[in-house]
Design a protein around this ligand. Structure first.
Ligand code: GLU
Length: 289
C-alpha cells in the first residue's frame, strides 16, 4: 500500500441491529477501499452509554463477517478510549476554547422562549450562550460544588483561531465551503456522555488515517463542524463522499425499528449474503439515490 492509498471506514453506533441501510453504507466504503487496494477500517461508535449496548456490537461484527465485508486492522471501540478524547478536550480547554455549561434542557428552553430571536442550526435551536458569560470565579465555584456540567465550544473564539474560509472536497461536487458558526456553541462533552459524536468522529478519522469519509447524506451538515475541529486540532483533511439513504416501499427512511430489514431477519428467513448485498447496494427497489 502506498502512502496515498485510500483508507475508508464504517462507523456504526451499536444502538440496534444492522439493517439494509447500514449495509449500503458499509459496502460502499468497503468497495471503495478494496477496488483501490486500500484499507477499510471498522469503528464502533459506542460513546453514548445511554443508547449503545455491547450485544449490538457483537451482532454488528457477526453480520459484517457473514456478509464478507472484511475489515483491516483492529476494530476501534470508542468506549475503550475515553482518555484519548479527554486529551483533546483538555487541549481545547487550555486554549480557552471550551467553557463549562451548567444549564439544564429546561433552562435553555426557557431562555430561548424569552428571547426575541431564536436562531436554529443543523442540530436544533442554538444555545443562547448563558454560561459563556459566567465569571471564572463562578465557574470554579460551581465546579468545586460538583455541579454537573457539559463542555461547550466557544464558537466565536474557535473561529478566530482558524482560516476564515474552511472548505472540504465532496466527491462529485468539488470544494464546498463550510459554515461552522451555524452550530453555535456546540456541546463537545455532555453531562452524561464524556465526549460528543463530533469530537470522537474527527479524532478517530485522523487516528485511523481515514482519507475518504463515506457516510449517509443525513450527516453531511455535520461536516462543516468536523472541518472546524480538524483545523483547530491540526488533523488532516479527508475527502468526503456522502451517499443517499435507503428508503422503504412507502418512501420512508429505513430505521432500526424496521425489523424486517435487519440483516438478522433476512438471514433467518434464508436470504443469502450475496442477495443481501445486492439489495443493499441498489439492485433492488429500495435505493433512494
Ligand atoms: N456513528 C454514526 C452513525 O451510526 C456514523 C458516523 C459517521 O459515519 O461519521 O450514524
Amino acid at each position: 500500500m502506498g502512502a496515498t492509498a485510500i483508507v475508508t471506514r464504517f462507523a456504526p453506533s451499536p444502538t440496534g441491529h444492522l439493517h439494509l441501510g447500514h449495509v449500503h453504507s458499509a459496502a460502499f466504503a468497503w468497495r471503495r477501499a478494496r477496488e483501490a487496494g486500500g484499507r477499510f477500517m471498522l469503528r464502533i461508535e459506542d460513546i453514548d452509554p445511554t443508547r449503545c449496548r455491547p450485544e449490538f456490537t457483537e451482532a454488528i461484527l457477526e453480520d459484517l463477517t457473514w456478509l464478507g465485508l472484511s475489515w483491516d486492522g483492529p476494530v476501534r471501540v470508542q468506549s475503550e478510549h475515553l482518555s484519548d478524547y479527554r486529551v483533546v478536550l483538555d487541549a481545547l480547554s487550555a486554549r480557552g476554547l471550551l467553557y463549562p455549561c451548567f444549564c439544564t434542557r429546561a433552562d435553555i428552553a426557557r431562555e430561548i422562549a424569552a428571547s426575541a430571536s431564536a436562531p436554529h442550526g443543523p442540530d436544533g435551536p442554538l444555545y443562547p450562550g448563558t454560561c459563556r458569560l459566567l465569571s471564572p470565579a463562578e465557574r470554579a465555584a460551581r465546579i468545586a460544588r460538583g455541579e454537573p456540567h457539559a463542555l461547550r465550544l466557544d464558537m466565536a473564539a474557535a473561529l478566530a483561531t482558524v482560516p476564515t474560509r474552511l472548505c472540504y472536497c465532496e466527491e462529485g461536487f468539488g470544494r464546498l465551503c463550510c459554515h461552522p458558526a451555524q452550530f453555535g456553541d456546540v456541546v463537545l462533552a455532555r453531562k452524561d456522555v464524556p465526549a460528543s459524536y463530533h469530537l470522537c468522529v474527527t479524532h478517530d478519522d485522523a487516528l485511523q488515517g481515514v482519507t475518504l469519509v463515506t457516510r449517509g447524506e443525513d450527516l453531511k451538515p455535520a461536516t462543516d463542524l468536523h472541518r472546524l475541529l480538524q483545523a483547530l486540532m491540526g488533523w488532516p483533511e479527508p475527502r468526503y463522499a456522502h451517499h443517499g439513504l435507503l428508503v422503504d416501499a412507502s418512501g420512508k427512511r429505513l430505521a432500526k425499528r424496521d425489523r424486517a430489514a435487519t440483516i438478522r431477519a433476512l438471514r433467518e428467513s434464508g436470504v443469502s449474503a450475496e442477495e443481501v448485498l445486492r439489495m443493499a447496494e441498489g439492485a433492488g427497489p429500495m435505493r433512494s439515490d
